[in-house]
Ligand binder design. Structure first.
Ligand SMILES: CC(C)(COP(=O)(O)OP(=O)(O)OC[C@H]1O[C@@H](n2cnc3c(N)ncnc32)[C@H](O)[C@@H]1OP(=O)(O)O)[C@@H](O)C(=O)NCCC(=O)NCCS
Length: 310
């Protein structure tokens, strides 16, 4: 590594430099950014990021040239570490990424801890980097876009469900957490939410709830933007899945937002989630891009690192 480079934990005062780093990197890898200051603040506030406690930055001559975002996520009994490294284009191929990875690997002690990262096939440097450290491709996130919602069949069993936008999110946080924890349990990126953490998360989104017989059966979290909207998360209680409720809920949300060519709706879905992919296609969503999900144990990464770099 370049002698003038230092690695240290992220500080609150780094926010503007992080935004500038993302702008420089996004010029080389579109879709990596840009990231705005409010988006960065909001990202740090996500419960799993704990204010960026495990994030690291690389600096050279007082300038921030690299960032490792890292968070430990609990999946019920076990946990895994999520990682994303971004190095400024002008500072690449000097082992800054390697030094950031080393620092993040030193946070934990367990050899069999799973480390996950996501890289777009459009970022050749990122693909080369994860390959050299022995990460294995375990699936992909598919970015989908809808410009014209297609109405689901009227005969769906769940057609009588009541679907509404929630004003006071504290009233439904516990039920949303229960459904999230049950519905996403087998997902590679799963994180268990307590009712309190979910209440905090819900304040950042627009919240839609589907109920049947007074019981919350599903939820949809959306993020309206100026000329588009995002579906952040959607889930149906596993006990009530397969009856068309997810389709009805999402269709209602799309029409409430007047989704169109001028005002499209975006979402990300796992390539392994066949049921969700089918529903989204049926509602008019079409795949636009892919992000590969990579995984390795901490011990495998350390072994690959020692074998290749002394
Ligand atoms: C991927 C990224 C973090 C690498 O940062 P970096 O500081 O340039 O990487 P390093 O110098 O530590 O590279 C370590 C090894 O990875 C491999 N590698 C990294 N970039 C490479 C490239 N462009 N082409 C081929 N191999 C590459 C090499 O084997 C390199 O060692 P070497 O230079 O001794 O051959 C940087 O390119 C980046 O920010 N890309 C955009 C974001 C991204 O894709 N992140 C990956 C998610 S973890």
């Amino acid at each position: 590594m370049d002698d003038g480079i230092t690695i240290r934990p992220l500080r609150e005062t780094d926010a503007e430099a992080v935004v500038a780093l993302y702008t420089r990197a996004a010029a080389v890898e579109p879709r990596l950014g840009p990231v705005t200051l409010p988006q960065w603040d909001q990202f740090l506030k996500l419960p799993q990021n704990r204010g960026g406690r495990d994030f690291r930055v690389a600096g050279r001559g007082g300038r921030l040239v690299g960032l490792a975002e890292s968070s430990l996520r609990h999946h019920g009994a076990h946990q895994s570490r999520f990682l994303k490294i971004v190095v400024a284009p002008e500072a690449r191929r000097r082992h800054v990424g390697l030094a950031l990875l080393d620092d993040v690997l030193a946070i934990d002690a367990e050899a069999d801890l799973t480390v996950q990262t996501q890289v777009s096939p459009d970022w050749p440097a990122g693909m080369a980097f994860v390959t050299v450290f022995g990460f294995v491709h375990v699936g992909s996130e598919i970015g989908m876009k809808c410009v014209e919602p297609l109405q689901p069949a009227r005969t769906l069993a769940a057609a009588r469900a009541s679907i509404e936008q929630v004003g006071d999110v504290t009233t439904c946080a516990a039920e949303v957490a229960r459904i999230h924890n049950a519905a996403y349990a087998s997902d590679a990126a799963f994180r268990l939410y307590s009712p309190e953490e979910m209440a905090q998360l819900l304040t950042e989104s627009e919240v839609w709830i589907a109920s049947e017989d007074g019981q919350v059966s599903g939820f949809c979290l959306t993020e309206p933007e100026q000329n588009s909207m995002w579906i952040e998360s959607m889930a149906v209680d596993p006990a009530r899945q397969g009856r068309g409720l997810g389709q009805l809920l999402l269709y209602r949300v799309l029409t409430a937002h007047d989704v169109s060519v001028e005002h499209p709706c975006w979402l990300n879905v796992s390539s392994r989630n066949a049921a969700a992919l089918k529903i989204y296609r049926r509602l008019g969503f079409r795949p636009q891009h892919e992000t590969c999900r990579f995984s390795a144990t901490r011990a495998e990464l350390i072994a690959a690192r020692e074998g290749r770099f002394q």
